[in-house]
Design a protein around this ligand. Structure first.
Ligand code: EPU
Length: 337
């Protein structure tokens, strides 16, 4: 297998940050992965999947493993369900389109999310009322140090809002090689709960949506708000939506009667960080090539040749202002290296 040296990672991260990898290997089989890990003798490795949820702030000195394992397998489970296993290097959106094309339901609300199948469980990707954890059955992994294979069930993954065991307790320890989902092959559970989906369907007078209708509507909504990483570098939502106490929210609502919120439990609500950032005057702002998207303030963007550090500086300005103005601490959703 070829190991490249001093390779630019600009085309391997959706923020389009131009840092280099001292050593870079593209992994196309599990055997290659095991061989490389064992010859690397437990030195640190940097696992690179679709590069869609990371911000690179410096050159990577450790061996970069670009996980490009391909392949999809389907087994019929019952009259209504299939088990579908995708290798980690499959492009997420292409995989979702494959499911829609074969009339397998469950992932349609997660259309057009950048990245690969293998990184989707790490932050439990979610959009328009659906999260990965709703259909994931298991993740197959290899331990970076011992090379032991381990299968994590849905429960083992400890999924939470934009979080999992792979982003917390076991961070950096396992490489996800395959992910299995349980999808419907008929009687699909169509999820139109998210306001924007309902509005778009009624505009088109669709009363009994198919999974393809949902996917198409989600694609349109995302295209209208979120920048295409092939045109403007970004990693989707840069921050998580914060959860705050009701008392705190009530005070904010007195000052800002239009502040949106989603109920969490009797003591807490979630507030959209995009709204907080927009109402602090950051939407569409730009410092050199680093800035805030003009249609979705939760998305930080690289207009061309911003460095990772410059994007971090923008994020720090936003965090400080949101703390001062709303007394809320924003938590970063993107992994910063
Ligand atoms: N809003 C503003 N200004 C903005 C952006 C949003 O006022 O600039 C308001 C909207 O008007 C709306 C609310 O904030 O009232 C929520 O906005 P939106 O529906 O766009 O969703 P979001 O909370 O900003 C979350 C996810 C997205 C996901 C969408 C749709 C997080 C961190 N982000 O964004 O996920 O696509 O909901 O489900 O939970 C991602 O994780 O990378 C991502 C894009």
């Amino acid at each position: 297998m070829k190991i490249e040296t001093n390779k630019s990672l600009k085309d391997y991260n959706t923020f389009g940050i131009d840092v280099t990898a001292a050593k870079f290997a593209t992994i196309t089989s599990e055997n290659e992965l095991k061989d490389l890990l064992s010859s690397n003798e437990n030195k640190p490795v940097f696992v690179l999947s679709g590069g869609s949820n990371m911000l690179l702030t410096k050159n990577i000195e450790s061996l970069v493993l670009h996980i490009a394992l391909k392949g999809i397998e389907v087994t019929k489970e019952s009259d209504n369900t299939v088990l579908i296993t995708a290798n980690a290097g499959e492009n997420w959106h292409d995989f979702v389109q494959y499911c829609i094309h074969n009339n397998f339901g469950g992932l349609e609300n997660l259309s057009l999310i950048p990245g690969y199948v293998g990184s989707a469980p790490i932050q439990n990707i979610g959009a328009y009322g659906v999260e990965l954890k709703d259909t994931l059955v298991s993740c197959e992994t290899i331990h970076i140090g011992t090379l032991e294979k381990r299968k994590f069930s849905n429960k083992d993954c400890l999924f939470a809002y934009r979080n999992s065991i792979f982003k917390s307790e076991l961070k950096g320890q396992y490489i996800i090689t395959r992910v299995t989902f349980r999808l419907t092959s008929k009687n699909h559970n169509i999820n139109t709960g998210y306001g924007a989906i309902e509005n778009a369907l009624s505009k088109e007078s669709i009363t009994k949506p198919t999974i393809k209708n949902i996917a198409d509507v989600v694609i349109d909504i995302r295209k209208s708000k979120l920048p295409d990483p092939n045109k403007i570098g970004n990693s989707g939502s840069f921050f998580k939506n914060p959860v705050i106490k009701i008392d705190h929210f009530n005070k904010l609502q007195n000052a800002y009667p239009n502040i949106p919120s989603y109920s969490i439990d009797s003591d807490h609500v979630k507030v959209p960080a995009g709204w907080l950032i927009e109402h602090s005057g950051f939407k569409g702002k730009r410092w050199g090539d680093a800035g805030v998207h003009d249609k979705q303030a939760l998305v930080l963007v690289n207009h061309g040749s911003a460095t990772g550090i410059e994007i971090v500086e923008v994020s720090e300005k936003i965090k400080t202002t949101i703390k001062e103005k709303f007394d809320i601490e924003l938590e970063t959703e993107v992994n910063i290296f």
